[in-house]
Design a protein around this ligand. Structure first.
Ligand SMILES: [Zn+2]
Length: 146
C-alpha cells in the first residue's frame, strides 16, 4: 500500500522529518509507529479478522479495558493491536513522535513530500502463540496500564 508523507518539524529540537497521513476516507485503518526502528506501518481491521477476534475475546474478559475502550471510542483496542504486532509499535493517535527526542506533538504541515510504500503491521510472533498464551501475553502487557 502507498501513502502520502508530509513535512514536519519537532517543536523542541527542530529536527525536520516526514510523517504519513491517512486519507479522510480511510475509516477503520490506523497507522503505527515503531519506537525502535522509527518506521511507520499500516493496519486495517478488514484484513485482520483473527486479530480482531482475539482482541474482542480479551476485552470481554477485562471489563476495565472494555470500559476504557468504550470511553475512548476504540483507542484502547488500537493500542492493544500495537502490543500484538511484531516490534515496539504504538498507534498514531492524532500525534506524531519526534524521531530524535521522542516528543509527541500534533502539528503537521500541509506540504506533501512524497508518496511512499508503507509496510503492513505484522503479527507473526503473536499468532504463533496458542490461544491461552495470547491472552496471557496481553494480560501481562496491559496489567500496568497502556
Ligand atoms: Zn525533537
Amino acid at each position: 500500500m502507498t501513502i502520502a508523507y508530509f513535512k514536519s518539524r519537532c517543536l523542541v529540537c527542530w529536527k525536520g522529518f516526514e510523517v504519513p497521513l491517512l486519507p479522510d476516507s480511510s475509516y477503520g485503518d490506523n497507522l503505527y509507529y515503531d519506537k525502535i526502528a522509527k518506521t511507520f506501518s499500516y493496519f486495517s481491521w478488514f484484513d485482520n479478522k483473527e486479530i480482531e477476534n482475539c482482541l474482542t475475546d480479551f476485552l470481554s474478559k477485562n471489563p476495565k479495558l472494555q470500559f476504557s475502550n468504550d470511553d475512548t471510542k476504540g483507542n484502547t483496542a488500537r493500542q492493544i493491536v500495537g502490543l500484538m504486532a511484531n516490534g515496539d509499535k504504538e498507534c498514531v493517535l492524532g500525534y506524531n513522535r519526534c524521531p530524535r527526542c521522542g516528543l509527541k506533538f500534533n502539528s503537521v504541515s500541509a506540504t506533501r513530500t512524497e508518496i511512499k510504500e508503507i509496510e503492513t503491521l505484522n503479527f507473526t510472533n503473536f499468532l504463533n502463540l496458542d490461544n491461552n498464551a495470547r491472552q496471557q501475553y496481553l494480560l501481562d502487557r496491559t496489567k500496568n496500564g497502556l
